[in-house]
Design a protein around this ligand. Structure first.
Ligand code: FE2
Ligand code: FE2
Length: 189
C-alpha cells in the first residue's frame, strides 16, 4: 500500500520514544519535502520516507534498515517506499545502493541535517532561521564538529545527485527553515 503521513507518524511513534530521534526524523522529512518540490517529485512519498527512514534505530540498532524492511513489509508498504528507506543505510547496513533521485537525496540529507542541527544548537539564537551557508560550510570543514556526521557520505551523496555542493547545502537549509517550528529548529528568532 501507499502509506499516508498519518500511517508513517503512527509507526514512528510506535517504534520511537527518543525526542532526539523523532526530531531527526522530522528534520529529514523537512529536507525531503523541500527537495521533492525542488525536483518536482512526489512530496507525499518523500515525506513518508523521510519520517520513517530510521524507524528501527532506537529498538534494533544492530539490525538497522534490515528490521525496518521487515516491519514495513508486515505493514504492506509498497516496495518503492521500503527500498527508498533501506538504501540510505548503504553500504554499511544494506547492499541496496541509492539509485533513484529520492534515494540519493535521503542518503545525502540524512547526515547533512545532522550537522545543521548541531550547528543550530550552538548558535545564540538556537535557530536555523538565521543560519547562513557560510557558517554551515565552516562547521562542515571542521572534522571535529559533530564528528558522528559522516562528511564522506555527504560528499558522496552530493556527487550522486550531480548538483553543486553549495546548492545542496543551501536547499537543505531552506527545507529546515520552511519547517523550522515543526522540526524543533525555530529557536528564539
Ligand atoms: Fe539511518
Ligand atoms: Fe537518520
Amino acid at each position: 500500500m501507499k502509506p499516508t503521513r498519518d500511517d508513517a507518524m503512527k509507526l514512528l511513534l510506535e517504534y520511537n520514544e527518543s525526542d532526539a530521534l523523532i526530531q531527526h526524523a522530522l528534520q529529514v522529512e523537512a529536507a525531503m519535502i523541500h527537495f521533492a518540490n525542488y525536483f518536482n517529485e512526489d512530496v507525499d512519498m518523500w515525506s513518508v520516507v523521510g519520517l520513517c527512514h530510521d524507524l528501527d534505530y532506537e529498538k534494533y540498532p544492530e539490525e538497522h534498515c534490515k528490521k525496518t524492511r521487515l516491519i514495513l513489509e508486515e505493514n504492506n508498504w509498497d516496495e518503492e517506499y521500503i527500498r527508498g528507506i533501506v538504501s540510505h543505510g548503504w553500504p554499511s547496513c544494506t547492499d541496496e545502493k541509492p539509485e533513484s533521485i529520492m534515494e540519493k537525496t535521503l542518503y545525502t540529507v540524512d547526515e547533512l541535517t545532522g550537522i545543521i542541527n548541531a550547528a543550530c544548537l550552538l548558535r545564540p539564537s538556537k535557530s536555523v532561521l538565521d543560519l547562513e551557508l557560510k557558517s554551515l560550510n565552516k562547521k562542515f570543514k571542521d572534522k571535529k564538529f559533530a564528528a558522528g556526521c559522516n562528511r564522506e557520505i555527504i560528499l558522496n551523496g552530493v556527487e550522486m545527485l550531480n548538483i553543486e555542493k553549495n546548492i545542496v547545502f543551501e536547499e537543505t537549509i531552506k527545507g529546515l527553515q520552511e519547517r523550522a517550528e515543526i522540526c524543533g529548529l525555530k529557536g528564539n528568532v
